[in-house]
Design a protein around this ligand. Structure first.
Ligand SMILES: [Mg+2]
Length: 278
């Protein structure tokens, strides 16, 4: 992989740009570089619960201005893209999910009203902190009547201040068990998420770089479509994983700062750090 062939970027957020509320090294330099070179970018996350506006606000808190909601593709946004291409507006959808996916589906014209006398044509399931037995029951009934089954993402768990907690994949497993149906999954490592990002960027896979912290989702999912890949070790995957893994990214860096330095060159990077310090 040569950085000179890269015309656009898809970048994971958690574990690459930040960890919790803490910016990771190279965050400001990355956006300075993308802005200066006018490199189009998409920030991609499997989280379907948070809206693009909330991610823009988070980046602003961490000192990054100029990111707009159009730059953010959550698995909720990718799910809405996927569904708009396949179902007409007004299609009745039964949703298990939070704000991010709810807003994305309503903005796309889908009918989320749960009328107990009507069958839903599609069941969509993402992370839902207010999951109830009643919701699992409604979704199962629609699925057993033959509704299409879409999952925003298959992450079984995710890290939380309280510990490792159930992700959307755990909710999908409950529905799958109850309905004997398997969902179509949108989020990384499945192709729909990357296809949504590429469609927005307007670049081909080989012109596009994916930066991620997870070998099994960010990197392997991108590689399946021929997207160039860069792994950073500030999140889930660690250098020691290389010993046991068949797969590996095209390039790997200690952190985003080292990656930007390799992409932009030492001279640009030094000038940038100086400017940031004022
Ligand atoms: Mg990540």
């Amino acid at each position: 992989m040569k950085f000179s062939t890269i015309k656009a970027l898809i970048c994971d957020m958690d574990g690459v740009l930040w960890r919790g509320e803490q910016a990771l090294p190279g965050l400001l330099a990355l956006f300075a570089w993308l802005t200066e070179r006018q490199i189009p970018y998409i920030l991609a996350t499997n989280n379907s619960g948070t809206t693009p506006e909330e991610y823009v606000a988070k980046l602003a808190r961490l000192g990054v201005d100029g990111v707009t909601p159009d730059h953010i593709v959550t698995s909720a946004i990718a799910t809405a893209d996927y569904m708009r291409a396949r179902y007409p507006a007004g299609t009745r959808v039964y949703l298990i999910g939070m704000n991010g996916i709810r807003e994305a589906l309503i903005d796309s014209g889908f009918d989320l009203d749960d009328d107990p006398t009507e069958r839903a044509q599609v069941v969509v399931c993402g992370i839902d902190f207010d999951l109830t037995y009643q919701k699992l029951k409604r979704a199962t009934i629609h699925l057993r009547y033959g509704a299409d089954f879409i999952g925003t993402n298959a992450d079984r768990t995710f890290p939380h201040a309280d510990g490792i907690i159930p992700g959307a994949g755990s909710l999908l497993a409950a529905l799958q068990t109850a309905s004997d149906r398997a969902p179509t999954i949108i989020g990384k490592p499945y192709p729909a998420m990357f296809e949504a990002a590429l469609a927005r960027l307007g670049t081909t896979a080989t012109q596009t770089l994916m930066i991620g912290d997870r070998l099994d989702t960010d990197i392997q999912g991108a590689q399946a479509l021929g997207i160039a890949t860069a792994l950073v070790f500030t999140g889930v995957t660690q250098p020691s994983d290389m010993i046991s893994s068949q797969a590996w990214a095209d390039v790997a860096y200690e952190d985003l700062a080292s990656l930007v330095r390799a992409w932009a060159g030492d001279e640009w990077y030094r000038a940038q750090i100086k400017a940031q310090r004022g």
